[in-house]
Design a protein around this ligand. Structure first.
Ligand SMILES: *Cc1c(COP(=O)(O)O)cnc(C)c1O
Length: 459
């Protein structure tokens, strides 16, 4: 199977290429030229599988040219062996709420599910066999720690993690800056997540720099991450054993929910995908009005969703614009020249067939956490609470919806304490040493400072 760029269909890449590059030349995103569609009989047989076997079947569709199925299966088993849940994820019924707990990996956020597999793929594909690979990643708080847990101390790999200085939770930062080995560099950028992401994209687009450092990326624009996330939509759908299920997804960069869209394309009969946003509601605005216009980033109690440029939305645009790479390219050039683009009504209508989008304010998020705690003595994290809040606000009954639990509440203990008045204990499998010294460097919000930093460290 080949991959192409959303902005140039004539470019062709292998899975290994797109895995290593992350971002297509010229700034587009990679998509596969074929998406397997399962029929009912195939879905029935997939529904009998364990999580690891289901993951093998689904992921294999996208990398079969490069990874043998049996080897993919053992790679997946190895990747999830450190998870607290044997079946990787867990569906919990809390009153009417179907909560899909995705946070039982080593750094307590759903990002571990893809990142652990990606870490092992770097070794399997031997991309760093002869030459050191330098991975540069931007994080709004959770991607960084998941990447560090997956890539720490791997041979011939360095990892540079850019996070927005003072804009992530204390525990997020603590995990990120204490668990890494000698190949890990934490950088606090004096700016927002969008600034961090912009710098990473710029470095990717600078061919000379990218080749010089043999640069690779593991942000959610990396297709391999999305592929790993498709699995839990299938798994939870099968477990609930009913039709007409919708999914509510706390959303930032549009990666996790896009995996749900691909699951639907693969034949899983999902009803609606509900985009839950916080005050940084660019996705809510574009889906309801057609105007995509980044605003300045506002800090909220859901820092992992404090994003205004939702990169993976471009992957949806490609299908909404009738698979026209030139139309995608022209909207993206509008975005860079006019700082916005507009969709036509028929395009918005097309998006609305599959998606709904709801903004949830901090106050609403807090009252969801409070309510669930009072009624059920169960604590959900603020991001997950936006997913619940979005359903309550606009959709319908919680019964037919799966809400993605994207992080463990312990990661946001400060906020939880303010809401329920209680300190949370650290989950046992989190190997966090609170007394360990944090290591990170603070640098200015500029592409050249980051480049100099990286060159300095790797020489
Ligand atoms: C990353 C993250 C999100 C947003 O996911 P996207 O794929 O960027 O939309 C939501 N919640 C938590 C806890 C996260 O870490």
């Amino acid at each position: 199977m080949n991959y192409f760029s959303t902005r140039n269909k004539s470019l062709k890449f292998s899975f290994k290429d797109i895995f290593l590059r992350g971002l297509a030349p010229g700034g587009g995103l990679f998509l596969p030229n074929e998406i397997k569609k399962y029929n009912q009989e195939e879905l029935n047989s997939l529904s009998q599988l364990s999580y690891n076997d289901l993951a093998t079947e689904i992921i294999f569709n996208f990398c079969s040219d490069e990874i043998k199925k049996e080897e993919l299966n053992s790679l997946i088993q190895k990747s999830y062996s450190s998870f607290k849940e044997k079946e990787v994820v867990n569906i919990k019924k809390i009153g009417n709420l179907n909560l899909l707990e995705l946070y039982h990996g080593p750094t307590l956020a759903f990002k571990d599910i893809a990142m652990q597999v990606i870490g092992n793929m770097y070794d399997y594909l031997e991309v760093a066999k002869d030459k050191t690979v330098n991975i540069v990643v931007a994080t709004s708080g959770d991607t960084g720690s998941a990447a560090i847990a997956a890539l720490s101390n791997r041979k011939n790999i360095n990892l540079f993690v850019l996070h927005p200085h003072n804009k992530i939770s204390n525990i997020q930062r603590k995990i990120m800056t204490t668990i890494g080995g000698a190949n890990i560099y934490n950088i606090a950028i004096e700016g927002s997540f969008d600034d961090c992401q912009k710098i990473v994209k710029q470095l990717f687009n600078e061919d000379s720099f990218r080749t010089k450092i043999n640069m690779s990326g593991v942000n959610s624009i990396n297709w391999a991450r999305i592929v790993c996330q498709i699995v839990y939509y299938f798994y939870s759908f099968f477990k609930l054993k009913k039709n007409n299920i919708s999914f509510s997804v706390p959303t930032g960069n549009f990666g996790d929910i896009y995996a749900g869209y691909v699951a639907k394309k693969m034949g899983l009969p999902i009803n609606k995908l509900i985009v839950a946003t916080n005050k940084n509601d660019i996705l809510q605005r574009v889906i309801n009005t057609g105007e995509y216009k980044p605003d300045t980033v506002k800090a909220t109690i859901t820092p992992s969703m404090d994003i205004q440029v939702a990169s993976n939305f471009e992957r949806l645009l490609y299908y909404i614009l009738d698979e026209s790479d030139s139309k995608v390219g022209s909207l993206m050039s509008d975005l860079s020249s006019k700082s916005l683009f507009s969709l036509e009504k028929k395009e918005v209508d097309k998006i609305k067939k599959d998606f709904e989008a709801v903004k949830v304010t901090d106050e609403e998020t807090i009252s969801v956490i409070d309510e669930i705690y009072k009624e059920h003595k169960f604590i959900i994290d603020p991001h997950t609470a936006t997913g619940v809040g979005a359903v309550k606000k606009s959709f319908k009954n919680l019964v037919d919806v799966v809400v993605l639990g994207t992080a463990h509440p312990f990661k946001f203990s400060d906020t939880i304490k303010k809401v329920i008045g209680k300190n949370l204990d650290s989950p046992e499998h989190l190997k966090l040493n609170m007394d360990k010294k944090e290591t990170f460097d603070i640098i200015g919000n500029s592409n050249s400072e980051v480049k100099n930093y990286i060159l300095d460290k790797i020489q």
